[in-house]
Every structure is written in structure tokens, then in C-alpha cells.
Design a binder for this molecule. Structure first.
Ligand SMILES: NC(=O)c1ccc[n+]([C@@H]2O[C@H](COP(=O)([O-])OP(=O)(O)OC[C@H]3O[C@@H](n4cnc5c(N)ncnc54)[C@H](OP(=O)(O)O)[C@@H]3O)[C@@H](O)[C@H]2O)c1
Length: 342
């Protein structure tokens, strides 16, 4: 086991890049060696975030200036399509943890053996369920799941894997804070357009649908899975709340679900006490996915409500958890924070 992991962050000035910098400052076994920027190299990270407490490597460098021999891991925090463009320039011995969408489908496609170098990093489920072939976890790069997908799959996969709920007729309604869209400068993300309103978008065509369906399908012998999914932007900075409507397996009850979770351990996936309704406020600033399960008025249907901080559990925190798993560190290393409240 390596004692210290040396790290580069690409896309360091974006939301997820910045969150990685902030969180890695608390990690005892990781050191940021360089911050890489496509548009702002030569400047200082404190030009963008004056409150950041970074003693070394505060200068942003361009990709071509990376000293690879000093590194173990590179986190890619780039917009969709950008990771694929630079992947071939990264030496094979460097571990890549990609936060974008670019390698998620490859990581979920078990049949394409030549692409097996990517693992889908749904961290809390990774060791127990997703990657039964442990060698692959240790020998592969990691494709970090999408933020909506994390809020949905984290509680759903254990239930499916243990045949507690059915795979058909799953309906999901998710609400996300605006930081989920990154720092892109577009009119519909302006305060004046977001505040005081809720906006559904990409109805039945969001990119996470395919990701969620492929992952669920792995747990029912590659049976085709179809979900209904409606994402919505709400006027808060951070956080995702997902309402997941799903049918119980024949003969199963909510009690069976609670019993299962009371006996299982997931470092950052926690079921709440009976009747406690999850709220985004409960997880802001943390790597937790909190959820609870409620009976619907429709017989044999339940409602799972789950919450995450999209920039932590949905991005930077889960990426660090994946790095911890990969290097055999305690999964919780550098990730134990209490929520910011109110
Ligand atoms: N925001 C979330 O909640 C969240 C959650 C999960 C996953 N993700 C994924 O993580 C990735 C990063 O998201 P983010 O929210 O951090 O995005 P962001 O705030 O928009 O930052 C992306 C950064 O990438 C860099 N970049 C490099 N090439 C670029 C290009 N051609 N166009 C624009 N920017 C470019 C920019 O920094 P420099 O110019 O300094 O390099 C930019 O700041 C995305 O793929 C996103 O889908 C985001």
C-alpha cells in the first residue's frame, strides 16, 4: 500500500475541481502536486478563490507542463467530451479518475472486454456489488457516476441486488441545485431566471437515464430496464433530492428493507430513522447519501427519498472515496464532515 498519493487536478477552476482542492486539503494520505487549467494557466488559483488555503502549487499550469513522474493520480474535472480528447496523452501508469460522462457507459458495459480498463465508481456499492472482480478495481481507471445517478442508484442497487424491489415500472423525479450545471455562462442559469422558480428540463432524455438503466440492468441478468426520469432545477446552490417510486418484490415489505439496512454497512449510505423525511439541508457539505423509505397509497409500491450534496457525494467526495478504495485507504479518510446547517 502506498502511503501518500500525489495528485493533479484538471479543470481546477471549475466547481468540482475547486471542491476537490478543498476536500483534499483534509486528506492525510494525498497531496496535490499540480493544478491544471486550459484557459487560465499562469494565473494563481487565489485569483479566482481568494479564501482558499493552499500553501504549495497554487499556480495554475497548462496540461503540457505536467511533470508526470511526480504523479500517481489525475482527476479530470472537465466538461463532457473534453476528457476523451486528452486521455491518450496521459501515461498508462497514472490512475485516472474522471468526473465527466465520457467513460461511464464503457465502464458499465461488461461485454466489451477490451474496454475493461474503466470501472464505474458507485463508491458505496463498489466492493459489495458492482465490481465482483476485485482485480479490476485495482487495475483500472475510475469513471465517477453522474450526480443524479448517484442519488438514485446508491439506495436502489442494494435493494435490487437483494431482490427486495422490482425492476419494472420505476419512476424517478429529481430536483437539483444550479451548481449541478457547472460554471457555464448561459442565460437560463442566471439568478434572475433561476430564483423563485422550478424548471423541469431534458424530460425523458437526460444523459443520466442511459447510465441509470445500464447500471440497473447489470443487477437483473442484463434484462432491459426502462425508467421514467424527470430532472428539475430548483433555486438553491447545492444539493439533489430524488423521489424514487418502485414496486416491492412479491412477499417483501418495508420492514424487510429496514432490516436489511440495519444489518449492512455502507460508509456513506444511511437509512434514516422511521418517519424521518430526508432534506437537502441534512447533507450539504458532506459525502453522505441519506435516504428513507415510505409506503405509497398504491398497494405494494414504495417511495424512496434520497438526498446528496451534488458537488461532494455526487462528484468530488465520491471521487476521493474511490481513490481511497483503490489505494486500500480507509474509505472515510478525508471525508468525514458534519453538514453545514442551516
Ligand atoms: N457540477 C456538478 O454537480 C457535477 C456533478 C457530477 C459530475 N459533474 C461533471 O464534472 C465535470 C466538471 O463539472 P463542473 O461542474 O466542475 O464544471 P465547470 O464548473 O463548468 O468547470 C469545468 C472546468 O473545465 C475546464 N475546461 C477545460 N476545457 C474546457 C472547455 N473546452 N470548455 C469549458 N471548460 C473547460 C474549465 O477550467 P479551466 O479553464 O481552468 O481548465 C472549467 O472551469 C463535468 O463533466 C460534469 O458533468 C459535475
Amino acid at each position: 500500500m502506498k502511503f501518500r498519493v500525489n495528485i493533479a487536478i484538471l479543470g481546477a477552476t471549475g466547481y468540482t475541481g475547486l471542491e476537490l482542492i478543498r476536500l483534499l486539503n483534509f486528506h492525510k494520505k494525498a497531496e496535490i502536486k499540480c493544478l491544471v487549467s486550459t484557459h487560465n494557466y499562469g494565473k494563481n488559483i487565489s485569483d479566482f478563490y481568494p479564501g482558499l488555503n493552499l500553501t504549495n502549487c497554487s499556480k495554475l499550469i497548462k496540461f503540457e507542463r505536467i511533470v508526470w513522474k511526480d504523479l500517481d493520480v489525475i482527476f479530470l474535472c472537465l466538461p463532457t467530451g473534453e476528457s476523451k480528447k486528452i486521455i491518450k496523452k496521459i501515461p498508462k501508469e497514472i490512475v485516472i479518475i474522471d468526473l465527466s460522462n465520457d467513460f461511464r457507459m464503457q465502464s458499465l458495459n461488461k461485454s466489451r472486454s477490451h474496454l475493461k480498463k474503466w470501472v464505474y465508481g458507485l463508491a458505496d456499492n463498489l466492493q459489495n456489488f458492482l465490481d465482483l472482480d476485485k482485480e479490476r478495481v485495482y487495475n483500472s481507471n475510475i469513471s465517477n457516476p453522474g450526480c443524479y445517478a448517484t442519488s438514485i442508484l446508491s439506495p436502489l442497487i442494494p435493494l435490487l441486488a437483494n431482490r427486495l424491489v422490482k425492476i419494472d415500472d420505476i419512476i424517478i423525479d429529481s430536483k437539483s441545485g444550479i451548481s449541478g450545471a457547472g460554471r457555464q455562462n448561459i442565460a437560463q442559469n442566471l439568478f434572475s431566471e433561476i430564483s423563485g422558480s422550478i424548471r423541469p428540463y431534458k424530460i425523458a432524455c437526460h444523459k443520466h437515464i442511459q447510465e441509470i438503466e445500464s447500471c440497473l440492468s447489470m443487477f437483473c441478468n442484463n434484462k432491459k430496464v426502462t425508467i421514467s426520469f424527470t430532472p428539475q432545477v430548483i433555486p438553491i446552490n447545492r444539493g439533489i433530492l430524488s423521489n424514487i417510486y418502485v414496486k416491492l418484490e412479491k412477499g417483501k415489505t418495508i420492514k424487510d428493507i429496514k432490516k436489511y439496512f440495519s444489518k449492512s454497512f455502507f460508509p456513506f449510505l444511511k437509512i434514516l430513522k422511521p418517519t424521518k423525511v430526508p432534506s437537502i439541508n441534512d447533507v450539504i457539505g458532506t459525502n453522505y447519501c441519506l435516504f428513507n423509505v415510505f409506503e405509497d397509497r398504491i398497494k405494494n409500491r414504495i417511495i424512496i427519498i434520497s438526498v446528496i450534496d451534488n458537488l461532494i457525494k455526487g462528484a468530488a467526495g465520491q471521487a476521493i472515496q474511490n481513490m481511497n478504495i483503490k489505494y486500500g485507504f480507509d474509505q472515510e479518510e478525508g471525508l468525514i464532515f458534519n453538514p453545514i446547517f442551516p
